[in-house]
Design a protein around this ligand. Structure first.
Ligand SMILES: O=C(O)[C@@H](CO)OP(=O)(O)O
Length: 246
């Protein structure tokens, strides 16, 4: 049986994206603009004739709301849902809640970009019990909550879910919508497209624009890099993500 279609969707703009704050595992809602982006994402799915059979989301409301709004707009609000912490955004450690511009000014371009985009340099650990730590959050009662993560850590925790929960859906020929986050989707794209540890630093994913991957029997993309359903809007939004903090 042919492998199904995979659609990646980064949540719409959150209120902390709008305020230029490092977010990570802090569970902030969508901004008004983010709600509109999610609606538009669903319209793009509908217009492209992509009909998801199942949606996988993180445990964070910006991804959950985006999936709900987009699927409603696409008239696929009724499909099966699975949620898992392994799809969560990268934990931003002690930077969670900090302003990106102030962090850039305080620590300089090189350190700022190491923390934001290097493959294996995590930000400093968050203090347990502090305002933006998730160590006491009930939804993570069964796991050891990270105190910080680099992209390499996200790859390591995301791939077991990919293999055990998403790949079987694809192998069953289903159209899978995966609603997640900038850095958790970068981890998956790195794996799918075989991007090396340096090159991945330059890859940014825009909010709210579905990215379709067609996969062969070995789950390698037949359209490397995927296909954004609105390529022009994606190109502009990618630049904006890359320039955050400036
Ligand atoms: O703050 C965050 O959690 C992420 C995504 O919004 O930011 P960045 O793009 O800087 O990794």
């Amino acid at each position: 049986m042919a492998v199904g279609t995979l659609v990646l969707l980064r949540h719409g703009e959150s209120v902390w994206n709008a305020q230029n704050l490092f977010t990570g595992w802090v569970d902030v809602p969508l901004s008004e603009k983010g709600v509109k982006e999610a609606e538009r994402g669903g319209q793009l799915l509908r217009d492209a004739g992509i009909l998801p059979d199942i949606v996988h989301t993180s445990l964070l409301r910006r991804a959950i709301s985006t999936a709900n709004i987009a699927l409603d707009a696409a008239d696929r609000h009724w499909i099966q849902v699975r949620r898992d912490w392994r799809l969560n955004e990268r934990h931003y450690g002690a930077l969670q809640g900090k302003n990106k511009k102030q962090t850039l000014d305080e620590f300089g371009e090189e350190q700022f970009m190491l923390w934001r985009r290097s493959y294996d340099t995590p930000p400093p650990q968050i203090e347990l019990g502090s305002e933006f730590s998730q160590d006491a959050d009930a939804r993570y009662a069964d796991i050891e909550v990270p105190r910080t993560e680099c992209l390499k850590d996200v790859v390591a925790r995301f791939l077991p879910y990919w293999e055990s929960a998403v790949v079987p859906d694809l192998r069953a020929g289903r159209t899978v919508l995966l609603a997640a986050h900038g850095n958790s989707l970068r981890a998956l794209v790195k794996h799918l497209d075989g991007i090396d540890d340096e090159t991945i630093a330059g890859l940014n994913i825009p909010t709210g624009i579905p990215l379709r991957y067609d996969l062969d029997d070995e789950l390698k993309p037949t359209n490397p890099g995927g296909t954004y359903l609105d390529p022009d809007a994606a190109a502009n939004a990618i630049k904006a993500v890359a320039n955050q903090g400036r």
